[in-house]
Design a protein around this ligand. Structure first.
Ligand code: PEP
Ligand code: MG
Length: 859
């Protein structure tokens, strides 16, 4: 803690994924009854002190600790939700009441697996239960962002007015009460007791005679004092209230303490329903993909393919296993190429990850051991992957645990190869089905999604799992982590028309006709808006202040060019030519390439098409190129640097490009340019070839801005280039030194980081008066970012074809000049989260509410 007179910083007590307090699936935390704060879904197994202070409360069941700082601020750390019911099982406390701790000192160690099995969630709230004249500043951390242990998490500042200690006068009333709460007087009822005292403006005291005969007493104003009483079910208490409403307060307190608690962890994890308790017949979950759906509930469960238990000898079974692995590997590779070609990058990455996993020697060796014990290849694979799935689930690491579904996917695929049985067919889904399952593997999701369900609900899973990514990519509303009660409930409600509200994290199993009608109307309105955007997709995107922005499409080849044209794109802003070079034994010939480029141009019917020359290296490799393996390929020979060592590749590609007609619509773009000399050299080669080919016309030649040096030297590039196009994927990676392939950094590798924005600004400034600037990285397809890019002065955006209508619609509502006025302030902010927040607030104020809602949900 940096404990100055005016500010107090709280460190992350554990590495974890940020969950806003209002999104915690427990109404007492979510409604802020205990106080303001934040929660983390832990990625570790030890909880640490977020600041210096005294331990003033340790739960009898070891799951909650309260610290009091010198300045009087009290903070409650509550390990998991409903962990009180574990009675301390799996938690080893490392401090006791009265201990002085320093920020970072361990408070307790826990077995994440045991907790995950016994509690409703591991989500760990950190709540300011007593602010003592301090005020919590809005958190800079976004939902889903990963924070590391010890990282600054929350900041409090002193408020101008010191809070006065409320003293109630008036009549005094007393009442004996026997505690009927199975889990005792823990944080949740303690918070409610405090709320009762505050609502009735009384001073409320709880007294209890302990075993030694002493009378312990706690004022309800102090949560830690209440919890420190250590009251268990059956304890006899004396409640005293003083104030005008003393009797009414005692009535409410008695009701609270004598009514057994109902399970509440399934409250909606949403901002809009924070204070509401779930209605009867509703279940809660975490929003993995936002949206609304209404339709019949369908339970989904496929059994594993049948395989023999006993093998036919080690050699035979080992060969069978290897063959099956090979076939699955090939199928995954094909699926990856296909997905990449169709611009489905999320799928492509998942297939690549699965392929890598399939090649894991430890998994194959484990299966080999089972074969050695006499089992069949299929059974051995099943056993090996079962064991690995158990290990991952028990790792306590959320990211690893989220990969269990991937492992199950590989288990099923390989077993299917080794099974004689016909694969169980996916049942046909009724229209608008809301599919409920324990878990779905990524390929099951793809299969289910092909039948266009209206929504998905999973008992397990996490918001960072591949299934969540796939559901988001397909726009299927999806709730995850709904718990085992989902499956029971689904059995009872199969076929019923249910409402999935994946905006407020709830599934209504028995909605009333009025509710159904309301939701159906909301869905209709949205469809209507999307259709309106689609209908206008072929119209130009002109901002409110009159700027015409080209919205083009990113494609992988000619096959997608038609899709781009149909989407309303004003052209192609990026054709990644490397896809033509993948999955082959040698580079495509000049003719093959020329045909492909020509087909793309024709599909666009005269609109400009930017074809990027081969961008190979780092994450994109060609087997026939045999690039030397280097320790740091992302910083090695890639993109335009390749021409020095492989001039023949460039030569053939440039000839193929020069072979298309009309050359006026063709734009050639060079990837990974880091200095103007690279561009000059290609211009020179292009000129020589064009002369050799007897051409009069010349295509335009541009450079990608993907590395900081190119952005900072944009002027010299712009003088030489006909256009510049910013590749925000790589520019973000190289500016922030965060690998774009590293899932643990995804949330932080945000284009809205002020450093990346400054480089974009430098590019636009450098190009001014020389050539236009576009953006073809994924950021251009995010409406929130797209608007800022345009305000920064970008002239063209290139996005996935499906995003064209929405991006155009968003631009038409933008006053770019007004947003440009905000830029100095945005660039001066600390980090991407602050920019996102400020930008969203500005857009919300200026009637861009829809954009901010969807974009923030996506984050
Ligand atoms: C980029 O880096 O933003 C870009 C568009 O190129 P790619 O994603 O193909 O590396
Ligand atoms: Mg790139």
């Amino acid at each position: 803690m940096s404990d100055s007179n005016q500010s107090l910083t709280l460190q992350a007590p554990i590495s974890g994924v940020v969950v806003p307090l209002i999104a915690v699936p427990d109404p007492v935390f979510a409604s802020l009854t205990l106080g303001e704060g934040i929660a983390l879904d832990p990625l570790g197994e030890c909880l640490h002190a977020p600041c210096d202070g005294e331990v003033v409360q340790c739960a009898r069941t070891h799951h909650a600790f309260t610290l009091k700082t010198k300045a009087g601020v009290e903070l409650l750390l509550h390990l998991g939700l409903d962990t009180v019911e574990l009675n301390g099982k799996g938690i080893e406390p490392l401090v006791s009441v009265g201990d002085q701790v320093r920020a970072g000192d361990p408070l307790c160690r826990f077995d994440a697996d045991a907790l995950a099995r016994g509690a409703s969630a591991l989500i760990t709230p950190l709540v300011i239960t007593e602010a003592a004249g301090w005020q919590l500043l809005p958190s800079k951390h976004r939902e889903g962002e990963r924070v590391s242990l010890g990282e600054p998490l929350l900041v409090l500042t002193r408020t101008a007015v010191e809070q006065s200690n409320r003293r109630a006068d008036g009549p005094l009333a007393e009442r004996p009460v026997t505690l009927a709460l199975a889990s005792g007087l823990h944080a949740r009822p303690a918070a409610r007791l405090r709320a009762i005292a505050r609502e009735h403006s009384v001073s409320l005291t709880v007294q209890h005679e302990c075993s030694t005969g002493n009378i312990d007493s706690a004022n309800a104003d102090s949560l830690s004092a209440l919890m420190n009483l250590g009251l268990v079910e059956g304890a006899t208490l004396r409640l005293t209230a003083q104030g005008e409403a003393a009797e009414a307060a005692l009535d409410a307190a008695e009701r609270l303490l004598t009514t057994p608690e109902v399970e509440e962890h399934s409250a909606p994890p949403s901002a809009t329903l924070t204070a509401a308790v779930l209605n009867k017949g509703e279940l809660a979950g975490l929003v993995a993909s936002p949206g609304l759906a209404i339709g019949p509930l369908v339970s989904y469960q496929l059994s594993l393919p049948a395989v023999p238990l006993v093998g036919e000898g080690e050699a035979v079974e080992m060969a069978r296993l290897e063959e099956a692995l090979l076939r699955v590997g090939e199928a995954l590779a094909q699926a990856e190429v296909q997905a990449t070609r169709q611009g489905q990058s999320a799928e492509a990455e998942i297939f690549a990850a699965h392929r890598a996993w399939l090649e894991d020697p430890d998994l194959v060796a484990a299966a080999g051991d089972h074969i050695g014990e006499g089992h069949s290849a299929g059974h051995a694979w099943r056993e090996a992957l079962d064991a690995e799935a158990v290990r991952l689930a028990a790792s306590g690491n959320m990211l690893l645990a989220a990969r269990v579904a991937d492992l199950r996917d590989l288990q099923r695929r390989v077993m299917a190869e080794l099974s004689d049985d016909q694969q169980e067919a996916l049942p046909e889904l009724p229209k608008n089905a809301i599919v409920v399952a324990e878990e779905l593997t990524p390929s099951e999701l793809v299969a289910v999604a092909s039948q266009r369900p209206a929504g998905l609900c999973l008992a397990g899973g996490g918001t960072t799992s591949h299934v969540a990514i796939l559901a988001r990519a397909r726009g299927i509303p999806c709730l995850v982590a709904m718990g085992a009660s989902l499956i029971d409930a689904a059995h009872r409600a199969t076929g019923e028309s249910v409402i999935l509200d994946a905006e407020n994290g709830r599934l209504a199993l028995t909605p009333s006709p009025t509710q159904r009608a309301e939701v159906a109307e909301r869905i209709d309105t949205r469809l209507h808006e999307a259709e309106r955007a689609k209908a206008l997709a072929h119209e130009p995107a002109i901002t409110l202040d009159g700027r015409k922005i080209e919205v083009c499409a990113n494609i992988g080849g000619a096959a997608e060019a038609r899709l781009a044209a149909d989407s309303g794109a004003d052209g192609v802003g990026l054709l990644r030519s490397e896809f033509l070079f993948l999955e082959r034994d040698s580079a495509p010939s000049e003719i093959t390439q020329c045909d492909e480029y020509q087909a793309a141009l024709e599909a666009l019917g005269g609109k400009p098409v930017i074809i990027r020359t081969l961008d190979i290296g780092a994450d994109k490799q060609l087997p026939y190129l045999r690039l030397p393996s280097v320790p740091n390929p992302a910083l090695g020979v890639r993109g335009a640097r390749l021409w020095a060592s492989h001039p023949e590749l460039l030569e053939t590609q440039l000839r193929a490009l020069l072979g298309v007609t009309p050359l006026e619509t063709l734009h050639i773009m060079l990837p990974m340019v880091s200095e103007v000399g690279e561009l000059r050299e290609v211009r020179r080669r292009l000129e020589v070839l064009a002369c050799e080919m007897g051409l009069d016309a010349r295509p335009r030649l541009g450079a990608m801005i993907e590395v900081p040096s190119a952005a900072l030297c944009a002027r010299s590039l712009a003088v030489e280039a006909d256009f510049l196009s910013i590749g925000t994927n790589d520019l973000t990676q190289y500016t922030l030194a965060m690998d774009r392939e590293d899932p643990t950094l995804t949330a932080r590798a945000d284009v809205l980081h002020p450093a990346v924005l400054r480089l974009i600004q430098a590019t636009v400034d450098g190009a001014q008066g020389h050539c236009p600037v576009g953006v073809c990285g994924a950021a251009a397809g995010d409406e929130l970012v797209a608007l800022l890019l345009v305000a920064l002065g970008v002239d063209e955006l290139s996005v996935e074809p499906a995003r064209v209508p929405a991006v155009k619609a968003a631009l038409r509502c933008l006053n770019a000049t007004a947003l440009a006025d905000e830029i100095p302030e945005l660039l001066a902010l600390d980090d991407a989260a602050a920019v996102r927040q400020h930008l969203s607030a500005w857009l919300a104020q200026t009637n861009h509410t829809d954009i901010t809602t969807t974009t923030l949900e996506r984050c």
